[in-house]
Design a protein around this ligand. Structure first.
Ligand SMILES: Cc1cc2nc3c(=O)[nH]c(=O)nc-3n(C[C@H](O)[C@H](O)[C@H](O)COP(=O)(O)OP(=O)(O)OC[C@H]3O[C@@H](n4cnc5c(N)ncnc54)[C@H](O)[C@@H]3O)c2cc1C
Length: 461
């Protein structure tokens, strides 16, 4: 027997559940399928648990710095990893259970728990159950990539998912990959008390960022005692007694580095290889991302792909925005497009990096005449008062239109402050609007108008 629905949603990440809500409220009969944890990556193994851990790590860091603020902590400082982990689990569990009960109590929505596979462009199976619908929405997300590296199959390694079960302090955590996920875990475990070595094959960390951002981030991490190995390609890993040893192809430093635990943070891959997409005729690119148009339609009429699996974004907010785009186009007849979205994200080391739009490097390579403003956090009263003066803020402006092209705010509150700039970019307003705005003192944001008053031509820097 085949169960007939108006719409089938595969995956309960950031786009599927709100779309189920909108569709059912519009009178549609919906089936939603989840093979593992309700809420997907963000809730269970991504943003929510990592930012909860980052908060514990920050508490430990601040406690160590207590004397800087005139605060005495009598007795030794300790981090109880079991409690840290339990706090993280409680926060994560609340979100997961919230998503699960929301879906299970939704009128006209049937939840299937199991692995979904396409049988045809309009049919999906979940184990032996067959479902059919004219409209199918794929929201299957991604998972950690595992490189083909000699020895990896012989050792125990961690990914962002298995890190969630770590309720002890690794003596020495080797992190392969010096990008967003690796840096967040690296700094937090250093602050918990582990020795940490970050191994990055490129010449700098977070290579998509401007060089000054990468350098400042490296300095922040090194100041905390993290070993950063750049230009060091991990060739192989092996177990030596209780130690894990990575062999490196490097021009400087030791060609081998040993630690007690190994975290792989070398990128993500979409969960599209086991979805039966070939039976539906849905096209994917060379990396397995589902090809979609500006409204997130796949090449097969009636099938959409939202979130990380379409390669148009790699964040919770982009996955959620995909839902907004699809819902707006099919239910509200209010056209929205992916291309209207401005790139924005944060790196949650401490201090965080908030990013919006183009980097300085991208503006330079596009050959756009531009102005740039930069201000050290050492010149921001709020940062000085908080004793958190690492980092800087930077903004790039189009010389002709005076519109903001991009910004990077590495510093205390940078993840929040960048939104003032982002909103002005969405408004397509000239930077002079913000330059004349009167911001609250003392905040980090109040220095943005000052920075905008000190712009210089990009080329002269
Ligand atoms: C360590 C880490 C930290 C992160 N931190 C941040 C952050 O701070 N901010 C941010 O914006 N982003 C962050 N991200 C990225 C963010 O988590 C993802 O971009 C986001 O979760 C993607 O959501 P999604 O809806 O596309 O898919 P997912 O959340 O991955 O959900 C997909 C769901 O589909 C299910 N599924 C897959 N295949 C099938 C199938 N065949 N049948 C049934 N179900 C299936 C999966 O089990 C999963 O539940 C982080 C990611 C990681 C790994």
């Amino acid at each position: 027997m085949t169960h007939v629905y108006d719409a089938i949603i595969i995956g309960t990440g950031q786009a599927g559940p709100p779309l189920a809500e909108r569709l059912t409220r519009a009178g549609k009969k919906v089936a939603i399928i989840e093979r593992k944890l309700f809420g997907g990556t963000c809730v269970n193994t991504g943003c929510t648990p990592t930012k909860t851990l980052v908060a514990s790590a920050y508490a430990a860091h601040l406690a160590r710095r207590a004397a800087d603020f005139g605060v005495r902590i009598n007795g030794g400082l300790g981090v109880d990893m079991k409690k840290v982990n339990a706090r993280k689990d409680a926060v994560s569990r609340r979100s997961r259970e919230g998503v699960e009960s929301w879906l299970k109590q939704m009128d006209s929505c049937t939840v299937y728990e199991g692995h979904a596979r396409f049988e045809s462009p309009t049919e999906v199976s979940v184990a032996r159950t067959q479902l059919t619908a004219k409209h199918i929405f794929i929201n299957v997300g991604g998972r950690a990539q595992t490189p083909a590296m000699p020895g990896l199959d012989q050792v125990e390694y961690l990914t962002n998912s298995s890190m969630m079960d770590v309720d002890f302090l690794p003596r020495h955590l080797l992190v392969i990959g010096g990008s967003y996920v690796g840096l967040e875990f690296g700094q937090m475990y250093r602050r918990f008390g582990s020795e940490v070595t970050i191994i990055e094959m490129g010449p700098r960390l977070i290579h998509r960022e401007d060089e000054d951002v990468s350098t400042a981030v490296r300095e922040i991490l090194e100041r905390e005692g993290i070993n950063v190995r750049l230009n060091a390609k991990c060739l192989a890993v092996r177990k030596q007694g209780k130690e894990l040893t990575a062999t490196l192809d490097c021009t400087s430093g030791s060609p081998e580095v040993s630690g007690s635990h190994l975290l792989l943070a070398v990128g993500r891959r979409p969960n599209t290889d086991d979805l039966g997409l070939d039976k539906a005729g849905v096209s994917v690119d060379q990396h397995g991302y589902i090809e979609v148009d500006d409204e997130l339609r796949t090449n097969v009429p009636g099938i959409w792909a939202m979130g990380d699996c379409n390669g148009k974004g790699a964040f919770t907010h982009t996955a959620y925005n995909d839902y907004e785009i699809v819902a707006s186009n099919i239910l509200d007849k209010d056209p929205r497009r992916v291309s209207e979205r401005i790139l924005a994200y944060a790196l949650y080391i401490d201090p965080p990096l908030g990013r919006a739009g183009m980097s300085e490097t991208e503006v330079r390579s596009a050959g756009k005449p531009a102005l740039v403003g930069k201000r050290s956090m050492m010149k921001v009263s709020r940062a000085i008062e908080k004793g958190e003066t690492q980092g800087f803020m930077k903004i790039v402006i189009a010389a002709d239109t005076k519109e903001i092209l991009g910004a990077a705010i590495l510093g205390t509150g940078g993840d929040e402050v960048v939104h003032a700039i982002l909103d002005l970019m969405y408004a397509k307003a000239p930077y002079t609007v913000m330059q004349r705005a009167v911001h609250i003192h003392p905040t980090v944001s109040e220095l943005i108008p000052t920075m905008l008053g000190e712009l210089r031509p990009l080329a002269s820097l």
